[in-house]
Design a protein around this ligand. Structure first.
Ligand SMILES: Cc1cc2nc3c(=O)[nH]c(=O)nc-3n(C[C@H](O)[C@H](O)[C@H](O)COP(=O)(O)OP(=O)(O)OC[C@H]3O[C@@H](n4cnc5c(N)ncnc54)[C@H](O)[C@@H]3O)c2cc1C
Length: 332
């Protein structure tokens, strides 16, 4: 990306999850002076606990999701090639009881082929093989925050009661980027933003390297995502559930159905069970608006179960919108 010789302006990004940090990074690429406002450390965000595999889940509209997902896949694949901390490519297998045909998201991934019978666990007749990025968030998210700070972004630890407070006379901004995840429900406010609870179990890695998922397992969604030092087992997708307390019975059920998919998990030690609230919305909101004092705002929230899958494609579009807020003739 070319960095313009003149600075286009000052941007305040609300949110330091993957969506806010990707947007901050793209704005820095274009020479903006960036302030990031967040009310908690990166380790306490939804982004940090995510399984963080590229795979569109509970996000719409499909045409925009495919475009953002395609751009994000390309960016993360490039980051994996460059050795960006925490970003790797993972061979993947999806399991199906009926022939799934070619999935709608395949154009983003490129090479998607039917699994051979010898690649399927007992009881499965169909599968798809492909490779996708996996982001080890406990490594990557703190790295990305530090990388953004190293490139000049200022971080402010502050809880906003309303998005309008982002237009702070003490730190004026030409544009505000709203990436507060689920908090958009109260901050914007946008009542169409709802939590979709997800529980995962981290277990020791018995030597696995293939991601496996069965979205239609009779016991519930099941996925197995090996990372460097553990395996993330999932999961649940519970619409409207606000309680993020881990449920031991659910954890046992997740381990059981994941072991159906990958028998080598039998005997793996449970390290941790966590639950988080996906920031879902009927459609991802990526559009321009205006705050009470007239400051332009670009909304970038409601990514549901796909924040890692879409963040960089959305960030590109945020940067385009931001450039337009400054009017013609201004580099951005
Ligand atoms: C169990 C689980 C598994 C998942 N797996 C995947 C996956 O495999 N692939 C995938 O693509 N996605 C996955 N997701 C979804 C993904 O985690 C989310 O879509 C993504 O994290 C949303 O990122 P975000 O930056 O919008 O929000 P968040 O990560 O929640 O960040 C919100 C930011 O806003 C700030 N903020 C909030 N309120 C305020 C306030 N009042 N004042 C100031 N700052 C505020 C917070 O401090 C934080 O920095 C999963 C989610 C869960 C729960």
């Amino acid at each position: 990306m070319t960095v313009p010789s003149t600075t286009p302006g000052r941007a305040t990004v609300v949110g330091a999850g993957i969506v806010g940090l990707a947007a901050a990074s793209r704005l820095l690429d274009r020479g903006w002076r960036v302030t990031v406002v967040a009310d908690r450390p990166a380790t306490e965000t939804t982004s940090h606990l995510a399984a963080a595999v590229w795979f569109p889940t509970r996000a719409d509209p499909r045409d925009r999701v495919l475009a953002w997902g395609t751009a994000t896949y390309a960016e993360l694949a490039d980051q994996a090639r460059r050795g960006v901390p925490g970003v790797v490519m993972r061979e993947s297998l999806t399991l199906h009881r009926e022939d799934p045909g070619r999935p709608w998201w395949a154009p983003a991934v490129g090479d998607v082929r039917p699994a051979r019978p010898d690649e399927l666990p007992p009881g499965y007749r169909h599968g798809l093989r492909f490779a996708v990025p996996l982001v080890e968030m406990p490594v990557h998210l703190p790295w990305l925050a530090a990388h953004v700070a190293d490139r000049g972004a200022r971080f402010v630890s502050r809880r906003l009661a309303s998005l309008d407070e982002a237009a702070d006379p003490a730190h004026p901004a030409d544009v505000v980027i709203a990436a507060p995840g689920l908090a958009a429900r109260e901050l914007v406010p946008d009542p169409s933003v709802v939590p979709v609870r997800g529980q995962i179990v981290r277990v020791t890695n018995p030597g696995l390297s293939l991601s496996v998922r069965d979205e239609a397992h009779p016991g519930g969604r099941a996925y197995v995502h090996p990372r460097t030092d553990d395996v993330v087992l999932g999961g649940t997708l519970e619409e409207g559930v606000r309680d993020a307390t881990p449920d031991p019975a659910q954890a046992a059920a997740i381990v059981a159905r994941c072991t159906d998919l990958v028998p080598a998990l039998a005997g793996a030690e449970v390290l941790e069970t966590v639950a988080g609230l996906r920031p879902a919305r009927p459609t991802v909101r990526l559009e321009r608006g205006v705050l009470a004092d007239g400051t332009p705002v670009i909304h970038d929230y409601g990514h549901g179960g796909s924040g890692i899958t879409l963040a960089w494609g959305c960030a590109d579009e945020v940067a385009e919108h931001a450039a337009r807020t400054l009017g013609p003739g201004v580099p951005g």
